[in-house]
Design a binder for this molecule. Structure first.
Ligand code: IMP
Ligand code: MG
Length: 180
């Protein structure tokens, strides 16, 4: 797999260091609020597992499954495949995402969760690719791990057609891999 990577953007150590920093901020912001930490599967699995262990206050875990993305280009549509188990009305909700790209999927997620009247709803994304944002989407992430340029990245949960999720780092995929 490593041979398909053009450039490593963030090593395991860099990811863990940034997650520890975010953890301090989230711990402080959510102290005493017992938030529901929502993971949007499956790209978020690695980030979720590491991030939640750095949130050092009481919280609950729950997950949603959306599907929207095939290959390297978004289809622009999101479909809810698995909903939350927890009722989030009047709860503090923190959404964890792997990457904020066009914004289609976060826009959809925030839309459906807001209707349930949570006490608060915030977004924490490991990666933010602002250059790719759909121009009409004004939504912003409240917590961002790293802002990245417009390149297709894989690893640490992120896939290209379901592969490369198990790389321990985040890297740019060589374009010949998806142009062949
Ligand atoms: P958005 O709806 O375009 O913001 O993208 C959301 C989803 O697309 C993410 O949760 C990822 O699963 C996928 N995605 C976006 N950019 C990348 C990338 O560079 N590599 C791998 N997956 C990506
Ligand atoms: Mg994906």
């Amino acid at each position: 797999m490593d041979k398909d990577i053009q450039e490593v953007l963030f090593t395991e150590q860099q990811l863990q260091a940034r997650i520890a920093e975010l953890g301090e901020i989230l711990t402080r912001d959510y102290e005493g609020k017992n938030p529901v930490v929502v993971g949007v599967l499956k790209g978020v699995v690695m980030f979720y597992a590491d991030m939640i262990r750095q949130i050092k206050t009481q919280c609950e875990m729950d997950f949603m499954v959306l599907s929207s993305y095939e290959g390297t280009d978004s289809t622009g549509k999101a479909v809810l495949k698995k909903d939350l188990n927890v009722d989030i009305k009047d709860r503090h909700v923190l959404i964890l995402e792997d990457i904020f790209d066009t914004g289609n999927s976060l826009n959809y997620t925030v839309g459906i969760l807001k209707e349930r009247k949570p006490a608060s709803l915030k977004i924490c994304t490991l990666l933010d690719k602002p250059e790719r944002r759909r121009p009409d989407i004004t939504l912003q992430a409240d917590y961002v791990g790293f802002t990245i340029p417009n390149a297709f990245v894989v690893g640490y949960g992120l896939d290209y057609n379901e592969h490369y999720r198990n790389l321990p780092y985040v890297g740019i995929l060589k374009s010949e891999v998806y142009n062949q």
